[in-house]
Design a protein around this ligand. Structure first.
Ligand code: G16
Length: 542
């Protein structure tokens, strides 16, 4: 088919698109145009990177089932470099204007990038999607965009979690060209790291059972596969709930990481028992939060969110560095966003004496800060999205130290081996619910912690995260890592005046980059005050 015929088949006019916090994300009915243009952008990206594989994930993650979206993945598993986001946005909006506008924009982008549109160089693209009903239709539009070029190779992995796609994109670019790469490599890689840690610490059983709420999403089948492939030690202590991937309307419905974090309550189909641990993935399994119930008569819910996960990993990794005698040589830092609970930031800085950076929302911002500032950069958003990244200096120092073991104590060698294994067990490409879950289980076993002990290090300030629908969220412009608004004019001063009336009060408002809404975060000394602060700030938006 000609470019015009493909365009006519997949594009429609009138919508406005923007590459947001995590790619394009909207109601599925308006996404065909953007899928078609994204197909072209990923081919251009692959050609620009000398035919490396570029990944595309079709997902709307935590959003409701009728939404969908697309995330572009760099050859080594990072998110699309930020200077290409405007290119993706420009081409999508041109496609939504007219064929003439689209064609001329495509030519001018190609010229700027110095790419010959008629090239016979091969472009390599790797695609996957989550379990949404609209996925196959949108995949067809994406493939139509890719087919505009004559020499393309598309590896279609079908259904995957987002982090699996990131991981496999990296593997495809690391293996010899032509090597067979498949999903099973994901499970064998991470399970083997977990098994080696279990062996190093002589683990014989897990001190709790872990129930995984899979949000009725793609993570269900993948978590079940992981459990099937695991050795009995792990296998007998893990089970799943909310795994109805065959009912797409149930995706993220009263379950999943976003539901649990926002409502601060157990998901549907979870009957909590004291002493046991629970976790929730989101729709594409790139986030995880943990929780448990206490032994009170009402079985009170306790959340162990991204802040608590970051602290667990920071505490363990800092201790291992100390035992490995590498504290002076390697820096450790934690990266958070404005959503991090004030108590967590205080605990990391004052008790753990570990530096904390604060960035804008979006793992792409946290990842960049963690990689550029620290040898061990632990980054987590409170919503459970995050990982820990290890610098090349970390890898070479640990390797060198392990190569000369004769003058080292047994505990030093054990710490070095543990550091190396954790740097592999934790997915280096992106936040990953499955790999983070394995790292948390390993950390709890090694530190011999119950969920209550993990939770007891500090008390979260009571908080509320809500959203408001406004006529135009684009007027909400933030600064200072999204902690303050510069527009609409005067609104920040009003928020500040209200916040000042609450002990330990903090509140901010920012436009979501994944939903058509404005988010309101509030925390204060008591639950009543946090709720009141949140609703008074929400009132200001009306
Ligand atoms: C995406 C991003 C996260 C971000 C979340 C919500 O997550 O990857 O970094 O925290 O959206 O963003 P916003 O508040 O701008 O809507 P996911 O899991 O939905 O892809």
């Amino acid at each position: 088919m000609s470019l015009q015929e493909l365009y006519n088949k997949h594009c429609s006019q009138g919508n406005k698109y923007s590459y947001g916090t995590s790619g394009f994300r909207m109601h599925n009915s308006v996404l065909d145009t953007v899928m078609f243009s994204t197909g072209i952008v990923v081919v251009l990206r692959s050609l620009y990177l000398k035919s490396q594989y570029v990944g595309v994930m079709i997902t709307a993650s935590h959003n409701p089932p009728q939404d969908n979206g697309v995330k572009i993945v760099e050859p080594h598993g990072e998110m699309l470099v930020q200077d290409w986001e405007p290119i993706a946005t420009q081409l999508a909006n041109a496609a939504a204007t007219s064929f003439q506008e689209f064609e001329s924009t495509l030519h001018s982008i190609a010229k700027k990038l110095d790419i010959d549109l008629a090239t016979d160089e091969r472009a390599n693209v790797v695609v996957a999607r989550d379990s949404r009903e609209s996925g196959p239709r949108l995949l067809a539009a994406l493939k139509a965009g890719i087919s505009v070029f004559s020499n393309t190779n598309v590896v279609d992995f079908g259904l995957l979690t987002t982090p699996q796609l990131h991981f496999l994109t990296h593997i495809l670019n690391s293996e010899e060209p032509g090597s067979a790469v498949d999903e099973s490599q994901y499970y064998s890689y991470f399970l083997s790291k977990w098994d080696q840690l279990a062996e190093l610490y002589h683990l014989e059983s897990l001190p709790f059972h872990l129930t995984i709420d899979c949000a009725n999403g793609v993570g269900a089948e993948k978590a079940q596969r992981l459990i099937q492939l695991a050795k009995p030690l792990l296998q007998k202590s893990l089970s799943t709930t909310n795994g109805q991937t065959d009912k797409p309307e149930l995706l993220n419905e009263s379950c999943g990481a976003d539901f649990v974090k926002t409502n601060q309550f157990f998901p549907a189909n979870c009957t909590p028992e004291p002493g046991q641990l629970y976790c929730s993935f989101d729709g594409d399994a790139d986030r995880v939060v943990f929780y448990y119930c206490d032994s009170s008569a009402e079985k009170k819910f306790h959340l162990l969110d991204g802040d608590k996960i970051a602290i667990l990993l920071a505490k363990l990794l800092a201790k291992l560095l100390q035992d490995a005698q590498l504290t002076a040589a390697l820096s450790v830092g934690v990266v958070q966003t404005a959503y991090a609970n004030g108590s967590s930031t205080k605990y990391i800085q004052e008790t753990l004496q570990i530096p904390v950076s604060c960035t804008k929302t979006g793992v792409k911002h946290l990842h960049h800060e963690a990689v550029s500032k620290y040898d061990i950069g632990i980054y987590f958003e409170a919503n459970g999205h995050g990982t820990a990244v290890f610098s090349p200096k970390f890898h070479s120092l640990v390797e060198e130290s392990l190569a000369t073991t004769q003058e080292k104590s047994e505990s030093q060698i054990k710490a070095l081996k543990s550091l190396q294994l954790f740097s592999q067990l934790i997915n280096q490409t992106v936040g990953d619910a499955i790999s983070d879950m394995l790292a948390v289980i390993a950390a709890l076993c090694i530190m011999k912690l119950t969920p209550e002990q993990w939770d007891s290090w500090y008390q979260d300030l009571p908080n509320r995260l809500t959203k408001a629908i406004v006529p135009d969220r684009s007027v909400f412009v933030s600064t200072n890592a999204e902690r303050q608004l510069v527009s609409p004019e005067g609104l920040q001063a009003k928020i500040d005046a209200i916040v000042a009336q609450y002990p330990q009060g903090r509140s901010f408002v920012r436009a979501s980059g994944t939903e058509d809404a404005v988010r309101i975060y509030a925390e204060a000394d008591t639950t009543e005050n946090a709720v009141e602060l949140s609703s008074r700030v929400a009132e200001l938006l009306k």
